[in-house]
Design a protein around this ligand. Structure first.
Ligand SMILES: [Zn+2]
Length: 364
């Protein structure tokens, strides 16, 4: 009898200990656990919209047809810009597949899948904080499909990766692509874009999460709390500092700041070209050399069917802070020419100084 009592009280202690444990200890988050369910629900009753570079699935009734079309157009531009910046490589799992966006109404952390598909909570779309391009970047950088349960040995290897780079690089490129296409990337952790990220990181490092996060910036591994119910205690600091450190160290280590600028110019020229085409559809011709790109912002004198402004912000300057050269008609029978003279601001040149032009890559 005495032994039974002992055993019972022991069970009680263990049971109450377990209960306390459940309340206080961080629990692992499994944000991809319901992905199959999300896909099935959207396939059964959601809206599918196709773009050139993306497929968008949204819950029925969440967005109107016009809103869905506008979002697809925006994602198309963004993903095209990401692909230009990243390039296409043999090691990419994504290949030339479209990025499929599954927007679901349940609560979870936005994530990528390694299968050319990303998952975004509807609430993030609604509050303007959806990390559309960040998650698409994970797909463009994925080197292996992830499916099914993870074996412990592989999980241990993954935990040793430098997560600051794994998250900082997608953030950095996403922000660069968003800026070059005139869109904004959802700022989940209020880091304030590339202009604000260094300051945000510094401020947050001085806070309570600072020491725990700093150990993993520029080093291997990751703060475990990121993957538990305590995620919010470290994530805002971790993401700000990962992006800041990538932003600061990229050009120094990789020595491709010049190339990135030329690519940014190319993306901007493509966007300006699309905008000029819209202008021509309305007005019936491109702006003249005299009217210049300013015609995209302000109605030139005597132009009737102008329906602008065609640019939301001022006419962009090139990445070296000089105005793009515009002329119409262009040379060689082209309807217009757009040119950035490169780092030297003078015609011709090699490498950094090479001109970036709207007709480069045209056939003939
Ligand atoms: Zn991420």
């Amino acid at each position: 009898m005495r032994r039974i009592t002992c055993a019972l009280s022991l069970i009680f202690v263990v049971a109450s200990g377990a209960a306390v444990h459940v309340q206080n200890a961080p629990q692992p988050l499994n944000w991809a656990g319901d992905d199959e369910k999300r896909v099935a629900e959207l396939a059964a009753g959601g809206n599918r919209d196709d773009g050139a570079n993306v497929v968008l699935w949204t819950p029925a009734g969440a967005l109107g047809a016009d809103e869905r079309r506008a979002l697809v157009a925006r994602l198309d531009r963004g993903v095209a810009a990401l692909r230009t910046l990243v390039g296409s490589h043999d090691w990419q799992t994504v290949g030339d597949r479209k990025i499929t966006y599954y927007v679901s109404a349940d609560r979870f952390v936005a994530h990528a899948s390694g299968r050319a598909a990303v998952f975004i909570p509807l609430i993030r779309l609604q509050d303007g904080k959806a990390p559309y391009l960040h998650e698409a970047m994970h797909e463009l950088l994925a080197t292996a499909e992830t499916r099914g349960p993870m074996d412990p040995a592989r999980l241990e290897r993954i935990k040793q990766r430098p997560l600051w780079l794994g998250e900082g690089l997608p953030d950095y490129v996403a922000l660069t692509a968003a800026a070059s296409t005139g869109t904004t990337e959802g700022d989940v952790f209020d880091i304030g874009g590339l202009d604000g990220v260094d300051r945000t990181c510094a401020t947050r490092l001085a806070g309570p999460a600072g020491p725990e996060v700093l150990r993993f910036i520029g080093a291997v591994g990751r703060p475990d709390a990121l993957f538990t119910t305590e995620r919010q205690t470290v994530a805002p600091t971790f993401y700000a500092c990962s992006t800041s450190f990538t932003h600061g160290s990229g050009p120094r280590f990789i020595r491709q700041g010049e190339k990135a600028q030329a690519q940014a110019a190319r993306i901007q020229l493509e966007q300006l070209g699309l905008t000029l085409d819209t202008y021509r559809l309305d007005v019936g011709r491109y702006p003249t050399t005299q009217e210049g790109l300013a015609a995209l912002r302000q109605r030139p004198f005597g132009v009737d069917r102008w329906d602008g402004p065609y640019l939301k912000k001022d006419v962009p300057k090139d990445p070296w802070d000089r105005p793009y050269i515009y002329r119409s008609p262009g040379e060689g029978g082209r309807p217009y020419d757009l040119v950035s003279l490169g780092a030297d601001g003078a015609p011709g040149g090699e490498g950094d100084n090479r001109d970036v032009t709207s007709w480069e890559g045209d056939k003939g």
